[in-house]
Design a protein around this ligand. Structure first.
Ligand SMILES: NC(=O)c1ccc[n+]([C@@H]2O[C@H](COP(=O)([O-])OP(=O)(O)OC[C@H]3O[C@@H](n4cnc5c(N)ncnc54)[C@H](O)[C@@H]3O)[C@@H](O)[C@H]2O)c1
Length: 360
């Protein structure tokens, strides 16, 4: 079943297509949202989550698919934006039959939507989905996939952070800068490695004692603090949120001592207006979806047949994109988050328009 959806804030174009998928036997209830295919097939992961209601699942897929269109546009990919949610507790209902039923719905869209991993779905799940559809990325290395995307995500965040450092201090090097990393998970660990290699002083925190142990063992020079509040209040130059969303909020921004924010976490701005609060405090925010695009660059590369060096080169260009956005923000007198949105919309409009030229 497909429905037309109108939201209060549909963006410049609104969603192209929203598809509800159901398979009672396996318990599958999924919604696939395609925000835009102006630049190519929509790419975005599948979130498997026990939403409180169908409305909550729908709201999430609409938000996330729109975000992917912007992220993919600024990553320079020939891909539009989409996302899917499977409504249910993965620990209770995830099964081969459910994932394969979902794969058949993805296949039924004929390549308008490519899926990948997100919260609650893993590389092994993509391998199962791939038994029913060609339109899946983020598979295991054994199945021709690119494997763990956190490697290039961290590399891209590092590049975005370097561009922000150059903008503020006139030099992209992080040597001697104090960088606060909140969340030493998959991305935070790789990022810490890059920072240490570049000569930065890293201060970090995590709620998981195993993550702290990892830091003590692998990077004894990293200073560990009790929690994120202590990190935010610490004497740091750069803040890198690498845990959950909403890191930049009405509590953290007034307390933040860093001049630059650049991190991997999605949806760092807790609500509209926070980007202005950051700008008013003289804090440069490198937009999350720009600097954390290394992961989607990696899975997108898989569509062509994965080549790590090619994907890394593209993730390295996050430096140039971040620099361009920060300059545009200055030129147009808007916060970087607004400049990033404008640049993404421009690319979707300028390149998407070319489809109107008839090829005969
Ligand atoms: N992995 C990717 O390729 C990728 C791509 C784009 C964006 N992201 C985003 O980057 C962030 C990190 O991703 P990841 O793959 O490293 O996830 P992860 O689950 O491996 O790591 C997250 C870490 O944050 C820690 N954490 C959770 N709550 C915390 C808190 N309150 N304070 C401090 N630490 C806390 C966890 O213990 C964990 O170690 C997420 O927001 C994710 O959505 C990841």
């Amino acid at each position: 079943m497909g429905v037309f959806v109108s939201t209060d804030d549909p963006g410049p174009a609104g969603h192209e297509q929203v598809v509800f998928c159901q398979d009672r036997q396996s318990g599958l209830k999924a919604i696939i949202g395609i925000y835009s295919t102006a630049l190519g097939p929509a790419l975005g992961g599948t979130r498997f989550y026990p939403y409180a209601s169908e409305e909550a699942a729908l709201a999430d897929v609409l938000d996330l698919s729109r975000g992917m269109a912007y992220k993919n546009a600024l990553a320079g990919l020939d891909l539009g934006g989409g996302k899917a949610v499977i409504w249910g507790d993965p620990d209770q209902v995830k099964s081969e039959a459910l994932l394969r039923a979902y794969g058949r719905f993805v296949q039924s869209l004929g390549g308008r939507y490519y899926t990948a991993c997100d919260v609650g779905t893993y590389v092994a799940d993509m391998d199962v989905i791939a038994r029913e559809t060609r339109y899946v990325t983020g598979r295991s290395v054994e199945h021709g996939g690119a494997g763990d995307s956190s490697v290039l995500t961290a590399w891209g965040v590092f590049q975005g952070m370097r561009a922000a450092a150059e903008h503020v201090w006139g030099n992209p090097s992080l040597r001697g800068r104090r960088v606060g990393v909140a969340g030493l998970g998959k991305v935070g660990r790789h990022l810490t490695g890059h920072l240490v290699d570049d000569g930065a002083e890293v201060v970090a925190t995590d709620v998981d004692p195993r993550a702290l142990e990892w830091a003590r063992t692998n990077h004894p020079g990293v200073a560990l603090v009790a929690d994120t509040a202590a990190l935010v209040a610490a004497d740091i130059d750069v803040y890198a949120p690498c845990a959950l969303g909403g890191a930049l909020n009405d509590d953290s921004v007034p307390a933040l001592r860093a001049r630059v924010v650049a991190g991997a976490a999605n949806n760092q701005l807790a609500h509209p207006g926070i980007e202005k609060l950051l700008a008013d405090r003289g804090i440069l925010y490198a937009p999350d979806y720009v600097v954390n695009a290394g992961g989607v660059i990696q899975v997108a590369d898989e569509i062509e047949g994965f080549n790590f060096d090619r994907a890394k080169l593209r993730a390295t260009r996050i430096f140039d994109t971040t620099r361009q956005i920060l300059r545009l923000a200055d030129d147009e007198g808007v916060p970087p988050a607004v400049a990033a949105d404008r640049l993404a919309e421009r690319r979707m409009a300028d390149v998407g328009r070319l489809r109107a030229i008839h090829l005969g």
